[in-house]
Every structure is written in structure tokens, then in C-alpha cells.
Write a protein of this length. Structure first.
Length: 895
């Protein structure tokens, strides 16, 4: 460690780092260095590395020895660059201390501004700036922020002191406070610090302040909200955060100063329009915190929003011009939409941050396609710009315009705010994040309505279908976080009056109560009373372009798990290239079929069973015909019956009576038979191919239905269907051999009736550990494998898939499994069996067709793994097909 460089300088003409060093310097630090090197106006500073954060925790929250000397050197360099001195009575250097992880974690960690102020330097600042009020206002802000972040004293302590003081003076606003007033308040603040900090005074020495703030930022890497955010955004704890110490610039030095946030394109829609918000005479965090609602930057946007506030383009035209030039330069340099933070100090522009901007799925899509058309990025890069998980948002319903017009005409618009994050949602009103989380845990859809949100609300925002706030702009916490999560959000709905205690929210005399239903349209900023109908999304245009490029890039095929014609149709429209799993037992749940299925299961003789099967045959045949018709010449994998029997048992007397009526068997006999069939552990019981072993006639009927349907459809359409018959839950080669022989015999009896040649395959699921282990044997019989990773996870982990929800949450919380292994493949464990099965199967048949049809087939991380193993296809539920196509492309492009 002794030679490790822990501190990197930036700005003032020389930077140690650059944008490629994000892992070490964090996003903010790396980009500050890069911007400074590009010649942009960046206040100088230095970055303490993420590696130090890791070392700090490894050493039990202690710093490596050599940090002290390195920090001292960088501080000296900074003083020289800034032409100011830390702690000077006449020319004091003030700094900001901010976190900056590899991946942006907006608002999750701590920040301290105006650091370096004490009684002496505050007076120095007053002299230097010629503005005593500003100097002492900054000083009191610093005491409050530092005490909160570093000393853990709540804001209330300071706010109460200030309110009492103002009351006594008869002041209404903070702006009524004069420099002398702030000085008096500062004395009271410091006394309060002693009281709330175990008798210890506020640190006067700027160096002590600096170490305190650095410790707090590193400490905030492990605060609850940062941990929560990391978990939901797949950010490993081992990455750590960097700390950026930067010379302060002041956006709060009067009307020629300002601070703002801008996006080089619209992060909500993707439109190529410079977009941002600013506040005159405000300090850095004010825009993000949503304390005041900021004004738009450009005239165009102000007009579009009907804003009365003067845009920056009008109030500071030169700065605006300079800012748009910087934005252009940054976008061309980074070849992506940038999210920038800037401050104007007495008419001079400073850049405080740039990063690739967070965006909605809709915006990501629109920008990727447009940037590709502009020649800024390639098709493959465009594909990589859209996260597969994000795509989900585009595949979900939006508000139906006709229904909306009707709702508007009926006077059901409750309030209109800013369209902060698109998409629509319906739910019950809640006013509190804990309440939102509790309700969501019970399966309720809720809409969180808040004055504003803060990082403490993150779990409530996650639990809600949409978020509505009364305060804050398009770059407020609520807006940024909601967009990242893909939650519809309306913010800055200023006419909302929220009374959390009474559980009421009102607008102009109209009141809604906790639990009332509202519909939120994040695309327009409207909130409607009651429900407004939704429609399916549009999958043409940009969506179709990206999908076409993704299809060119991927090597994995994407199929679907579907059995009803409606689902098969949806999946085909979403681009499914075949059926990877048709669960035939699902076709038996129909009200008119289930009594026959039950009669078949409960039959005590082969004769009784055959009678029931005779009735089922035409039903199955017509099901398969419908599927073959839709899928044409695409492969259709049909799995023979695999029901854990308990799922089909009659539960009530009424159901039993139905079966008796249909089968002509008495209730007594049926009841006796049902008790005979009772299993203690049906998931490991008489299911899968074990049914086929005991009752050959069931699989024979199904095979007949499949092949007859294929013949009929071939005749009807002239296109030969491609059936793949799949045997479930095998453990041995012998099971496959036995089943396969019967299926082939049926095919040989039926298929010659077709004029067109019908090719078919007989293969098996690999969903038991033994099957994966003995895959080489099994491959001698099977013509394809499909990994049933639901059962394979269940049987490998020994965790019942039906009961896992009760305790897996605790496992995730305690980091035993990072993710639910039924959602994302447990690559180390279950994945090893999948890999072994694939390799062993292909050792016998190098071209063996191999797919996956467990739930993992629609999960991007699991798809990447399947790609790596060289599988032929993944199969997932219809709505996930586009996600899987994109994830397969990402896997190929990142390989
Ligand atoms: C599986 O086990 O992964 C599978 C696809 O089959 P099912 O979920 O029907 O048991
Ligand atoms: Mg299974």
C-alpha cells in the first residue's frame, strides 16, 4: 500500500486523471478531470480514490498512513491553483466535499459545502466578497450542513433556532436576515452543537473539518439508503465511493449568480432539445433538493411548459450561449446525452459535473436511434444504449387518449404538475413511504403523494406504481429517481395541499382521502380522480429499429413459453422465433375440461382413463392446431403432461360432484381414489415422465394429438409444422428411451398421412441434478435438451419453489443469496449443473439443440450466461420476448 496513489488532482491546467478512470476516481471525479482537460471551466480540486474507500473499510474504518501526506500535498497544489489559502483570515479557500461512486447514486450519499469557514475565515470571506450577509449566511449553512452530515445532529435543531429568532425579530423570510442577525444565529447554532455533540464544540480548524467531512462521505457508502439503492441497481458494495474536494464557487452571490442542472437532450422523451432548470441566487444543492421550483433554461422549453419564470436564455444570454456550447462539446466528446451541473458566480460560468444522463426507456430508445442516424454512434452502440430491463417500461400500457378526453370532459383532472417520468399507473393514494411499502407487500397498487421526496423515501417509491409531488422540478430527487426506476412521476404539482395527519390531499377545495383511487399520467403530468383506461404500447418506429439491430447482433434464438393461442400470438408479434415450452397441463385448466382431466387422473382402471382420454384428444388436437397455425414453420416445443397431481385434484364437494357426473363414477369411489393419490410432497411425487411410466396411454394420447394436429395443419396451410415433443422431469436415459419409443411409434402411425413431410424431434427437459450429471447418457436418446431451471433450482438448492417466498427475503437481506435464485440463475451452483449438462450432452452430440425454458430464460443476467455456454435458444413469457432479444444482443456484443 505504501506506494499507492490515493489522491488525484484536477483543474487549473493539470489533471492526474481522465474519463477512463471511472473505476478508481468515481464518475464525478473522472469526468471533472476530463472536463478540465478539455479546457472547460472547472474549479480546481482533488479526488480521493474509491480504492481508498475499500481500504478504509478493510482497515476497520481507518485510513492508510500515507494518505495524510498525500492529502497535504494536494491541498497545497489546490491552494496554488485557486490562489487562496485554507484557513486564511484574508483570502480563505473554501471547498465542497462530495461523494462520487463509479455508478451514479443520486442523493444517496453525503455532501458538505462551504467547508473551511470559521469565525476568522467567515470575516475574511466577508471582506473578500464585499458582501457580509452572503458570508455569514454561507457560514450558518455550513454549520448546519456539517453538523447534520458529520455530527448527526438533525436539521430541526437548527431550523427551530432560526424560526424562533425570526419570530422574535418579526421577520417573515430568510432574506430579511442581515449579516448581524446571522452572526447572532451562528452563536446559537454553535451552542446547540455543544449540547447535541456530547459537549464537544463545532470544529474551528478547517483541517479538522476536512477530515470530518471525508470520513462522513466514506461512511455514507454504508448508510441504509445507499445500501438499498445499490441492491436495487446491482452496484456491488466492493466498488466504494470516491471523495471529491473542490474549490467552492458561489451561485448565491446575488442576481448575477445562479446554479442549475441541464440535460443535453430531453431525458423524458429523448427529443434533441437542450433542456434544464436553474435558480438565480442559489447554492448547489437547492435545485436537486426541490426546495424552490426552478425555472426552465431555454425560451423554447419555457414556452412549451407555459412557465412565467424568465429562462436563463433571457436573464443571462451570454452565459446561456456559453453553456449550450459546452453542452454541444460534451455531447460530441462523450457521444452520449450528458447530465450537467453548473454554477454561475457573478456572471462567470463553472462546470461542476457531467455524466451520461439517466433517461426513461422511451428517451433511451429515441436517443439511441437518433444518435445512430446522426452518425454519432453505431447500430451496435445504439443497441447497447438501451438496458434490457428498462425495455419493460415500453411494453406496458399507457393512458388511452379517448378515455382521457372523456375523463377530462367529466372534470376528473384532479391536478396537473410537471411530466417528470412517463408511463401511466392506477392505484390507491398513500402519503407515506412506509405505508406504501406495507400496502405493496399486501399486493395493493399504490400511488405515493408527497410534498417532495428525499432519499429516505426510496423504498416507498419502489413500492409505488407512481409518484406525485407538490414541490420540485424535473430534476428534483423525485423526478430523477422515478425515471431511473421506470416509475411514472408527476412533480411540482404546486396546488396540492397535503395533510398527512388527516390522510387528505386537496386542490382548490376538492379533497381526496387516503385509499382513494387515482390515475397518474407521467407523460403529461396529469392526475385523474378514479380510473382511466389504458392501452397497449406502440411497437413500431424506433422500437422496431432497435429490435432489428439487436436481432442482427445476437446469436441466441428467442422463443416463448406459451400455450393459449392469444399468448402465442402476442409472443409472435413480439418476435418469438418459436415456442420453447407449451405446458400442456395448462391447457387443462379450462372450466369445461377440468372435470374430464380429473376423471382421467382419478380413474382407477385403464378403461376409465382411456374413456376420459378419448374426450381430451380432440380438445388437445384443436389446441395444437391453433398453435401450429400461428407459428407456421417455426419450431413448437410441446411438453407432455407434467402436473404435480395436487394441482388438479378436486378441492370442494361441488368439484367432486362435477367429476362424478361427467365420469359416471360414484362420489364414494372417487373420494377413496383421491385419498389413495394423496401425496405428501407432490413436487417430488407422481409427476413428469413418472406419469408416462405408469400410464402410457396419457402420453400416447398427447403424442397422437400433436401429430394429428400437425398433419391437419400441413394439409390446411401447405406449411409443415415443426413439432418438438418434450419429456419432462427425467433423471435417467432409460426413462427417455421408454417414452421416446412410444412417441416415435405414434409418429410413424400418424405422420405418413401427410403429403408434406413433417419433421419432428423428441427431446427432454434437464431439470433434475441427476439429469444434468448424466447428460451424456441422456443425449444418446434425446434429440434436444431444454433446461427447466425452475425445477433444477428447486432440486439443486433443495428449496421448494412454492414456499421460497417466506424466507428467501431474509436470505437476500443477509446477503446469502444476492438475488432470488428463482429469478436470476444461481450461476455458481445451478449454473454449474447447466454448464455440465450442456458440455456433457454436446460431448455426445456436438450439434445438440439446447435451450432454457425456466423463468430465467427472460432474465438478462441469466441470458448472458446462456449465451456464454453457447446455447441455441432461450424461452420466456410473451411480454419478456423483446427483453430477451435485447439481452441476447447485449450478451453477444459484450462477449
Ligand atoms: C422448469 O422447471 O423450469 C420448467 C420450465 O417447468 P415448470 O416450471 O413447468 O415446472
Ligand atoms: Mg419443471
Amino acid at each position: 500500500m505504501a506506494n499507492t496513489k490515493w489522491v488525484y488532482d484536477f483543474g487549473g491546467g493539470a489533471s492526474d486523471g481522465d474519463a477512463s478512470m471511472k473505476n478508481l476516481l468515481g464518475g464525478k471525479g473522472a469526468n471533472l478531470a476530463e472536463m478540465a482537460s478539455l479546457g472547460l471551466p472547472v474549479p480546481p480540486g482533488f479526488t480521493i480514490t474509491t480504492a481508498l474507500c475499500t481500504a478504509y473499510y478493510d482497515l476497520g474504518r481507518k485510513y492508510p498512513e500515507e494518505l495524510d501526506a498525500q492529502l497535504e500535498t494536494s491541498l497545497k497544489t489546490l491552494e496554488a491553483k485557486a490562489g487562496k489559502e485554507f484557513g486564511s483570515a484574508t483570502n480563505p479557500l473554501l471547498v465542497s466535499v462530495r461523494s462520487g461512486a463509479r455508478a451514479s447514486m443520486p442523493g444517496m450519499m453525503d455532501t458538505v459545502l462551504n467547508l473551511g469557514l470559521n469565525d476568522t475565515t467567515a470575516e475574511g470571506l466577508a471582506q473578500l466578497s464585499g458582501d457580509r450577509r452572503f458570508a455569514y449566511d454561507s457560514y450558518r449553512r455550513f454549520i448546519q450542513m456539517y453538523s447534520n452530515v458529520v455530527l448527526n445532529i438533525t436539521h430541526d435543531v437548527f431550523e427551530d433556532i432560526l424560526e424562533d429568532f425570526k419570530d422574535l425579530q418579526g421577520y417573515e423570510l430568510d432574506t430579511d436576515m442581515q449579516a448581524e442577525d446571522w452572526q447572532e444565529v451562528i452563536v446559537k447554532y454553535k451552542a446547540a452543537v455543544v449540547t447535541h455533540n456530547n459537549g464537544k464544540p463545532f470544529p474551528e480548524d478547517p483541517k479538522d473539518q476536512l477530515w470530518g467531512a471525508i470520513g462522513a462521505v466514506f461512511g455514507s457508502w454504508m448508510n441504509d439508503r445507499a445500501i438499498f439503492y445499490r441492491k436495487h441497481n446491482d452496484i456491488p458494495a466492493s466498488w466504494g465511493t470516491a471523495v471529491n474536494v473542490q474549490s467552492m464557487v458561489f451561485g448565491n452571490m446575488g442576481d448575477t449568480s445562479a446554479t442549475g442542472v441541464a440535460f443535453t437532450r430531453d431525458p423524458g422523451t429523448g427529443e434533441n432539445l437542450f433542456y434544464g432548470e436553474y435558480l438565480i441566487n442559489a447554492q448547489g444543492e437547492d435545485v436537486v433538493a426541490g426546495i424552490r421550483t426552478p425555472a426552465p433554461i431555454s425560451k423554447a422549453r419555457a414556452a412549451e411548459m407555459g412557465s412565467d419564470d424568465a429562462p436563463l436564455e433571457v436573464t443571462m444570454p451570454d452565459v446561456y450561449k456559453q453553456l449550450t456550447d459546452v453542452a454541444d462539446k460534451l455531447e460530441k466528446h462523450y457521444r452520449d446525452m450528458q447530465d450537467i451541473e453548473f454554477t454561475v458566480e457573478e456572471g462567470k460560468l463553472y462546470m461542476l459535473q457531467t455524466r451520461n444522463g439517466k433517461r426513461t426507456a422511451q428517451a433511451a430508445l429515441a436517443m439511441a436511434v437518433e444518435m445512430c442516424k446522426e452518425g454519432l454512434i453505431t447500430e451496435n452502440e445504439a443497441v447497447l444504449r438501451l438496458e434490457p430491463a428498462q425495455l419493460d417500461q415500453l411494453l406496458h400500457p399507457m393512458i388511452d387518449q379517448d378515455a382521457k378526453a372523456a375523463a377530462t370532459a367529466e372534470g376528473r383532472v384532479f391536478v396537473k404538475g410537471l411530466p417528470a417520468s412517463p408511463g401511466a399507473a392506477i392505484g390507491k393514494i398513500v402519503f407515506d413511504s412506509d405505508e406504501a411499502a406495507d400496502a405493496a407487500a399486501k399486493g395493493e397498487d399504490v400511488i405515493l403523494i408527497r410534498i417532495e421526496t428525499s432519499p429516505e423515501d426510496i423504498h416507498g417509491m419502489h413500492a409505488s406504481k407512481a409518484i406525485v409531488t407538490a414541490r420540485g422540478g424535473m430534476t428534483s430527487h423525485a423526478a430523477v429517481v422515478a425515471r431511473g426506476m421506470g416509475r411514472p412521476c408527476v412533480c411540482g404539482a404546486g396546488s396540492l395541499r397535503i395533510n398527512k395527519e388527516l390522510g387528505e390531499v386537496s386542490v382548490a377545495g376538492e379533497t381526496l382521502k387516503r385509499g382513494d383511487i387515482v390515475t397518474v399520467d407521467g407523460a403529461t403530468g396529469e392526475v385523474f380522480k378514479g380510473r382511466v383506461a389504458m392501452i397497449e404500447p406502440d411497437l413500431s418506429g424506433d422500437f422496431a429499429h432497435i429490435m432489428e439491430w439487436a436481432d442482427k447482433a445476437r446469436t441466441l434464438s428467442v422463443r416463448t413459453n406459451a400455450e393459449t393461442p392469444a399468448d402465442v400470438e402476442v409472443a409472435k408479434n413480439f418476435g418469438a422465433e418459436g415456442i420453447g415450452l407449451c405446458r400442456t397441463e395448462h391447457m387443462f385448466f379450462d372450466a369445461d375440461r377440468i372435470p374430464v382431466v380429473r376423471a382421467m387422473i382419478l380413474a382407477s382402471s385403464e378403461k376409465g382413463r382411456k374413456e376420459a382420454l378419448e374426450k381430451l384428444l380432440p380438445m388437445q388436437r384443436s389446441d395444437f392446431e391453433a398453435i401450429f397455425r400461428i407459428m407456421g414453420d417455426k419450431p413448437c416445443n410441446i411438453r407432455l403432461l407434467d402436473p404435480p397431481l395436487h394441482e388438479f385434484m378436486p378441492h370442494s364437494d361441488e368439484e367432486m360432484a362435477d367429476v362424478a357426473k361427467g365420469s359416471g363414477v360414484s362420489i364414494e369411489v372417487l373420494t377413496h381414489r383421491a385419498s389413495e393419490l394423496h401425496e405428501s410432497n407432490p413436487m417430488l411425487g407422481h409427476r413428469g415422465c413418472r406419469l408416462g411410466v405408469t400410464y402410457p396411454e396419457i402420453y400416447e394420447m398427447q403424442a397422437r394429438a400433436i401429430f394429428e394436429a400437425a398433419v391437419n395443419v400441413a394439409k390446411e396451410t401447405g406449411v409443415a409444422p415443426v413439432p418438438e415433443v418434450m419429456i419432462p422431469l427425467v433423471a435417467t436415459k432409460a426413462e427417455v428411451a421408454l417414452m421416446k419409443a412410444r412417441i416415435v411409434k405414434m409418429a410413424e402411425a400418424v405422420l405418413p398421412k401427410s403429403d408434406i413431410k413433417i419433421d419432428y424431434l423428441v427431446g427432454t427437459m434437464i431439470e433434475l441434478p441427476r439429469a444434468a450429471l448424466r447428460a451424456a447418457d441422456i443425449a444418446q436418446e434425446a434429440e434436444f435438451f431444454s433446461f427447466g431451471t425452475n425445477d433444477l433450482t428447486q432440486t439443486t438448492l433443495g428449496i421448494s419453489r412454492d414456499d421460497a417466498a417466506r424466507f428467501l427475503g431474509d436470505y437476500e437481506k443477509q446477503g446469502i443469496y444476492e438475488k432470488d435464485p428463482f429469478v436470476t440463475l444461481d450461476i455458481e451452483g445451478v449454473g454449474e449443473l447447466v454448464q455440465m449438462g450442456t458440455e456433457r450432452g454436446r460431448s455426445v452430440k456436438p450439434d445438440l439443440k439446447i435451450g432454457i425454458c425456466g423463468e430465467h430464460g427472460g432474465d438478462p443476467a441469466s441470458i448472458a450466461f446462456c449465451h456464454k455456454l453457447g446455447m441455441s435458444y432461450v424461452s420466456c413469457s410473451p411480454y419478456r420476448v423483446p427483453v430477451a432479444r435485447l439481452a441476447a444482443a447485449h450478451a453477444a456484443l459484450k462477449a
